[in-house]
Design a protein around this ligand. Structure first.
Ligand code: NA7
Length: 568
């Protein structure tokens, strides 16, 4: 590897989604020279790409927002209980401009390779156009759901009509009016898109392999009173959310199902249904560990589906029977089930009659052919590990992330990886990430990583690395808490089961966001246990490795010193 000729930055962040934006704000404020590299021509990450009709958050807008700036919290006005994608993207752009972040983001640059060099302890990132960037630290802020999964259906490239993936939607509006449309997939994206596509299309065929549990959002304009309540109590509400297992208020339950009488169980399920959204996930505190408890909620939702869907056969097909409620991400909908009462909508059961191929004209199953003008692939993502694996990341001795994670992701705290010094991840596998309010999860990781970097700067170390033992122990712990739960009982993207050939490993940390936060704090409070810190060969004799909790103050500084202004 050639020595760096260009200036080497303190930190390169990859990704300008919600994680990358907050990282840039925080690191710049702390005086680190930071550059964000982003593949798109704008900020927003997942919210930039997922522009399909009906795309919106499934955590309520007032909570699905940054907490780091009180004035931002007070100034920004969300208009709906669950904000739609354009409004979330507008929020990301507002934050970018409000804090002057744009000038330190390099857009339209796809990072293809990231290589650590032992000799100088630096990372070199190379774009697909062979532009090279050097930094002491790399922080992967790639998002968990940013590598769209385009299934390898025979003939897919032969289709003569329009074909779109929900995770890679065109910027211009797609007009479905008068067209015959097929949606493949029935996860959250499809559940949000289908009712709106159905309103326009001449006919819509929904190709369903696995039905999902979907809970009504009861979305609508955000009334002034609830906005005022949130804005007057943001500190208390955020603090309360941080003490919960999901970072989402009103979600946790104090009762296991068996503690309640059948009437009380029903009242609780009904209360959560009437409230709407994800809180059905925790109707009882043993819902993800006790099959009987789970079945109470599952059968309640199935009854609701049957009440809504008029055609008996269609209703039966829409009722999930093959996985526990919540073991796949719950969907949150507006009129999803009702859409199947429309005359122009057909549910096609591709579990019984799989798609055999896509032809120039449309979809052919083992039972029938469907002529289509438009195919919408709502087929999800190579979640959590996919975004990292799309980059050729090389740590010590050239070891690749692909090889390192060939049997499933291995991380320490979902933040760091042994053999990949000075590389951090935000909401990486092994952290609660997708099982919690992701905005809170992002802020927790960014704050923790920033504090760690400040600690290193003040102690003079410039290399940090997770120890193999700490990583092994964390992987065991992540599995130990997941294995007794019902999460492992379904073919979900949490398990990597949606991607052919992907190792079947439960990837997020299911031990609870509040517990996890405490564990991370213990690690830092005790001097970064499980990490080793050292000085790079450029600034210290080789082998100056000091375990983090034994470290001594070293006078020379290898970072840029804190500065008041931003990096450019
Ligand atoms: P999901 O939830 O992974 O849903 C993808 C859907 O696509 C799901 O119904 C899949 O069926 C289906 N699928 C995937 N591949 C195929 C093939 N080859 N043939 C037929 N059907 C297929 O992705 P979403 O984008 O909806 O949501 C992702 C997350 O974003 C969501 O959980 C929220 O957190 C936000 P399967 O279930 O595999 O049988």
């Amino acid at each position: 590897m050639a020595a760096h000729k260009e200036p080497v930055l303190d930190i390169i962040v990859v990704g300008a989604g919600f994680a990358g934006l907050y990282l840039l704000y925080r690191l710049r404020t702390l005086g680190f020279q930071t550059l964000v590299i982003e593949a798109a021509d704008g900020v927003g990450g997942t919210r930039y790409w997922n522009r399909y009709p009906g795309a919106r958050c499934d955590v309520e807008s007032m909570a699905y927002s940054y907490s780091f700036s009180e004035s931002l919290e007070q100034d920004w006005v969300w208009t709906e209980r669950y904000a739609a994608q354009p409004e979330i993207l507008a929020y990301a752009n507002h934050v970018t401009d409000r804090f002057g972040l744009r000038k330190d983001i390099r857009f339209n640059t796809w990072v293809a390779r990231a290589v650590f060099t032992e000799t100088d302890g630096l990372w070199t990132l190379t774009s697909d156009e062979e532009l090279s960037f050097g930094a002491r630290f790399v922080i992967m802020a790639l998002g968990c759901l940013s590598a769209p999964h385009r299934p390898d259906i025979p003939g897919i490239s032969e289709f003569a009509g329009e074909c779109y993936h929900t995770g890679y939607w065109p910027h211009q509006e797609v007009d479905f009016s008068g067209k015959t449309v097929g949606v493949i997939g029935t996860g959250s994206s499809a559940v949000q898109a289908i009712p709106l596509i159905a309103e326009q299309a001449a006919h819509l065929s929904v190709f369903q392999r696995t039905p999902n549990f979907s809970i009504p959002a009861w979305n609508g304009p955000l009334d002034e009173e609830s906005q005022r309540h949130w804005k007057n109590n943001y500190r208390t509400l955020r603090a309360k959310a941080k003490r919960t297992s999901s970072g989402i208020l009103n979600m946790d339950s104090d009762h296991c199902a068996a503690e309640l009488s059948p009437d009380e169980q029903l009242r609780e399920l009904d209360r959560r249904w009437q409230h709407g959204g994800l809180i059905m996930w925790n109707a009882f505190n043993d819902i993800m560990t006790d099959p009987a408890s789970n079945e109470l909620a599952a059968s309640f939702v199935r009854r609701k589906i049957r009440e809504k869907v008029k055609d008996r056969k269609t209703a039966d097909l829409l009722c999930p029977e093959d996985h526990p409620l919540g073991s796949k991400r719950l969907c949150v909908d507006t009129d999803y089930y009702e859409t199947f009462n429309r005359k122009n909508v057909t549910l096609v059961d591709i579990r019984s009659h799989p798609i055999e191929k896509i032809t120039a004209q449309g979809v052919q199953t083992s039972h029938d052919s469907y002529a289509l003008d438009v195919i919408v692939l709502a087929t999800g993502f190579d979640a959590m590990t996919g975004p990292m694996m799309k980059i050729d990341i090389r740590g010590r001795d050239g070891v690749s992330i692909e090889r390192k994670w060939s049997d499933g992701p291995r991380t320490y705290l979902g933040i760091a990886i042994a053999d990949f010094p000075n590389l951090f991840m935000v909401t990486g596998p092994g952290s609660p990430s997708v099982l919690s309010n992701v905005l809170l999860a992002i802020e927790q990781h960014v704050d923790w990583i920033s504090d760690c970097l400040c600690h290193m700067r003040s102690t003079g170390f410039d290399i940090i690395e997770a120890s193999p033992q700490a990583e092994d122990d964390w992987v065991i712990h992540v599995n130990d808490v997941a294995n007794p739960t019902l999460y492992t009982h379904s073919d979900s993207w949490y398990m990597g089961a949606n991607i052919p050939g992907k190792p079947r490993v439960f990837m997020p940390y299911v031990g609870g966001a509040a517990n996890y936060r405490e564990l991370c704090n213990e690690v830092s409070d005790q001097g970064y246990t499980g990490f080793t810190m050292s000085k790079s060969a450029a600034t210290a004799p080789r082998n100056t490795v000091v375990s983090a909790n034994e470290q001594q103050r070293i006078d020379s500084q290898t970072f840029s010193q804190p500065r008041r202004n931003s990096t450019s």
